[in-house]
Write a protein that binds this ligand. Structure first.
Ligand code: UT7
Length: 333
């Protein structure tokens, strides 16, 4: 390499994995005061996948990661960094990424987790982008993997209907090019003033784990749904525009929006505000619900499989999550 070489982060491979068990809205109707009709019309969700007792964020991530490496035709030994984006790590530590490293045999990789909840995958991409553009690393595996079913209160109809389990992986590879190519840019933000919008309040380092806190449900997701909804629409719209402006692009240039799959109505409101027609918006929320950090990579993979992302396409990713965190990224394929 010479000092003028420009490294771009190209998507070399992708993989996904979702657990076999499916929990439908009809299943939830049996134990909750809810209805399939309410869930579909208020969220767009019809069913979600639920991890089995021997599954965890690392086992889902291993399957997705292996598939990404195979599709990229890259051997595990060639992976330099594994970033697992998860808010449902297997255990407190070591990082879930270390279990994934072991599972896929990426013996030369450094592996660690990041926590930006639903925004995790876009935050992970922003780190991978810097590693690759600096010229320091060649292959970075970014995995969003979640077992949300373990931290939802299945008696709380305002949250449990929303979430599902799954994993998605993207292998980013360094290529030398002067053309706009691969991950063009990523844009990330946080607002800790809104940390109580979506929260699992149970203490670890703050109070230690206590029986009282467990009994009071503090290790389950609590969400201010309506405030989160409004913040999601505002922030996803803003940050999408920021990503386009940064690259001198307009919404007309976007081939496909792949938004975080939290609520169909949030996606519709964001894309309406941006003036992007629904044919250019990918949704699979009906099958998976909100899989948090896994939502965007699962959706990108499925959009590619459906032939909606082809060489030359421009994809806009936009997300919001607990923190509050939000972000966007543009990928030129
Ligand atoms: O990943 C990023 C984070 N998450 C999000 O982005 C989620 C953001 N928020 C949302 O998606 C929506 O706020 C929800 C889907 C959670 C709730 O929808 P909403 O239209 O904001 O409903 P709401 O909370 O204003 O509740 C309306 C009514 C309430 O009844 P009353 O008080 O009007 O009698 C709720 O008790 O709907 C009731 N409700 C339900 N009814 C049947 C809430 N959940 C359910 C349910 N089934 N599952």
């Amino acid at each position: 390499m010479n000092k003028h070489t420009q490294f771009k982060a190209e998507v070399a491979g992708m993989g996904i994995y979702v657990p076999a068990e499916v929990r439908t809205n009809a299943d939830l109707e049996k134990t909750l005061d809810t209805s399939d009709e309410w869930i579909r019309t208020r969220t767009g969700i019809c069913e979600r996948h639920i991890a089995g007792k021997d599954e965890s964020s690392s086992t889902l991530g291993i399957q997705a990661g292996k598939m990404a490496l195979e599709s990229a035709n890259i051997s595990p030994e060639e992976v330099d960094i594994i970033i697992v984006c998860t808010s449902t790590p297997d255990i407190l530590f070591p990082a879930t990424a270390c279990f994934v490293q072991k599972g896929i045999g990426a013996v030369n990789a450094a592996a660690y987790d990041i926590s930006a909840v639903c925004s995790g995958f876009v935050f992970g991409l922003s780190i991978a982008e810097q590693y690759i553009k600096s010229g320091r690393y060649r292959h970075v595996l970014v995995i969003g993997s979640e077992t949300n079913s373990r931290i939802v209160d299945w008696s709380d109809r305002s949250t449990c209907i929303l979430f599902g389990d799954g994993a998605g992986a993207m292998l980013l590879k360094s290529v030398e090019s002067d053309e706009p190519k691969g991950l063009l840019s990523s844009h990330i933000h946080s607002d800790g003033e809104k940390s109580d919008f979506i929260i699992v309040p149970g203490g670890i380092g703050k109070t230690g784990v206590s029986h009282t806190a467990i009994d009071e449900g503090e290790y389950f997701i609590k969400m201010a749904g309506s405030a989160t909804f409004k913040a999601a629409v505002k922030r996803m719209t803003e940050v999408s525009q920021e990503a386009l402006d940064f690259n001198g692009l307009s919404t007309e240039d976007v081939t496909l929006v792949v938004p975080h799959q939290a609520n169909r109505r949030i996606i519709d409101a964001v894309t309406d505000k941006l003036g992007i027609p629904s044919e250019k918006v990918f949704m699979n929320i009906e099958k998976y619900g909100n899989t948090s950090a896994a939502s965007i990579p699962i959706a990108i993979h499925e959009a590619r499989e459906a032939g909606l992302i082809v060489p030359g396409s421009l994809t806009l990713l936009a997300v919001v999550g607990a923190g509050l965190t939000w972000g966007a990224a543009l990928i030129k394929w």
